[in-house]
Design a protein around this ligand. Structure first.
Ligand code: UDP
Length: 481
């Protein structure tokens, strides 16, 4: 276990933050770390050795910050393990080992001479066993789910859906489009009527002993004893679901944290915006400078989605025949079991209007005036980043609660277009043109532009998310007194 400590005032409240070791969890946790540090907290940020190494290699590492101390713990997997290529094994290892190493770390922190006593811990919703450690040390645990409220609610409702006979699916015949497409679930509080397809992918299994199925239930139920549940969303966006959740938890919507940290922490150089496990290719920003306003489709499927070769080709030829400019993130590991190879003809045909990168500075890309649309896998961070930048979306959800996010983006909020799961080049090209140049795309741009302003107001003084953070902290202090 490594640490860098800095001299501190022993009287400062001390928050220990421990995200699940995946890209989409680290970033929002770091934003929260900065916000708490800005409010006078001493913050210990815990990552795994693997994450720390990847961040250091990509140049986007966890560096010294005025009042954030960085600690690492092992994740229990051997160094050569692919982690993101085998998510169930990472989940299993963190479930078996995460809390043990966290316990050792808490022990160490309690005994360090120049570190204030721990006031509370904020641990990932996926690390619910850390609740026992919070109990043992007599400090409150705040559970931070980096999902949307609707995504969290879908997982939390799994026991209800099992009771009603929807889950697990009876057999493989239930996996047909006709069966999954039928709207039928109207029993989830605060949620509109859902199709089975709108539920997180981990719910749609036939075997109830599936590790991700069990995990969805145990981790959300494991949130019940937490002192509070926090979500990176805002009341104005997900009010009805948040209200339904408040029956079970003291729940606080404190996002978008990205906007909150840039508003309150004055992060002029954006050094924490792009906390990335992949090396960023900033050259795409200069390329974007050469394109017309709102003319470029930004295409990125996050850090985990993996395509088949056929899907990769449908995306490529769809972008080519849309005749629009595009910036496409093609991660080296985006194709299953091999490295992505795009046809020479595609590269030749699109060389004057397309740019490919391995990893983009996404937040800066989305706020570039040339970007007019975002073809996304509907990961929650990407969705919030798109809302925060006012860029309408095309949604091709890949897995987990991305299907639920896409349902809300397209049907409830009207700020995105759904791409068929079986992606076809003609459909993709038509949607790209419609989003960038069409009337429907224009309407979505106006809507999301308004939502962006609402999100900004939420994080400012007097805004809903800022008030919720105040309330959370006063609740914590009352509890810990
Ligand atoms: N991201 C990035 N550059 C890329 C691809 C992704 O900075 O080229 C960031 C993106 O800004 C977001 C995160 O990676 O913060 C992905 O999180 P999300 O929840 O959207 O999806 P996940 O990767 O967890 O599936």
């Amino acid at each position: 276990m490594e640490s860098q400590s800095i001299p501190v005032d022993q009287q400062r409240p001390h928050a220990v933050l421990f995200p699940f070791p995946l890209q989409g969890h680290i970033k929002p946790f770091m934003n929260l770390a900065k916000i708490l540090s800005n409010r006078g907290f001493y913050v210990t940020f815990v990552s795994t050795e693997f994450v720390q190494k990847r961040l250091a290699e990509s140049g986007g590492g966890l560096t010294q910050h005025d009042s954030i101390t960085f600690e690492t713990v092992p994740d229990g997997l051997p160094p050569q393990h692919g982690r993101t290529q085998n998510i169930p094994e990472l989940f299993k290892s963190m479930e078996d080992n995460g809390h043990i190493h966290f316990h050792e770390l808490m022990e160490k922190l309690q005994n360090l001479p120049n570190v204030p006593p721990v006031t509370f811990i904020v641990t990932d919703g996926l690390l619910s066993k850390t609740q026992d450690i919070a109990n043992q040390y007599g400090v409150p645990r705040v559970a931070f789910w980096t999902t949307s409220a609707c995504g969290f609610m879908a997982y939390f409702s799994m026991p209800l859906l099992i009771n009603k006979g929807y889950l697990p699916l009876k057999d493989e015949s239930c996996l047909t489009s006709e069966y999954l497409d039928e709207p039928r679930i109207s029993c989830i509080p605060g949620m509109p009527q859902l199709r089975l397809r709108d539920l997180p992918s981990f719910c749609l299994v036939t075997d109830s002993s599936d590790i991700m199925f069990r995990n969805g239930i145990s981790q959300t139920q494991g949130t019940l004893p937490a002192a509070a549940l926090i979500l990176n969303t805002f009341d104005e966006l997900e009010g009805p679901v948040l209200e339904a959740l408040s029956v079970h938890f003291p729940v606080y919507a404190i996002g978008p944290l990205l906007l909150s940290q840039s508003f309150h922490c004055n992060d002029k150089d954006g050094s924490f915006d792009e906390l990335s496990m992949w090396k960023e290719e900033s050259s795409c920003l200069t390329w974007l400078d050469t394109r017309k306003p709102s003319s470029v489709m930004y295409v990125c499927l996050g850090s985990l989605a993996v395509l088949s070769n056929e899907e990769l080709l449908e995306f490529a030829w769809g972008l080519a025949s849309s005749n629009q400019s595009f910036l496409w993130v093609v991660r080296t590991d985006i194709v299953h079991g091999e490295s992505a190879i795009l046809p020479k003809e595609f590269i030749e045909e699109t060389k004057n209007r397309g740019m490919l990168v391995g990893w983009a500075p996404q937040i800066k890309v989305l706020s570039h005036p040339s970007v007019g649309g975002f073809l996304t896998h509907s990961g929650w961070n990407s969705t919030l980043e798109s809302i925060s930048a006012g860029v309408p979306m095309m949604c091709w959800p890949f897995f987990a609660e991305q299907q639920t996010n896409a349902k809300f983006v397209c049907e409830e909020w009207g700020i995105g277009m759904q791409v068929n799961k079986k992606v076809k080049r003609e459909e993709l090209a038509m949607l790209v043109r419609n989003l960038i140049k069409g009337e429907e795309g224009g309407e979505m741009r106006r809507k999301i532009g308004k939502l962006k302003e609402t999100a900004k107001r939420a994080v400012q003084k007097g805004g809903s998310s800022n008030n919720n953070l105040d309330k959370l902290l006063s609740q914590i202090f009352l509890k810990s007194m």
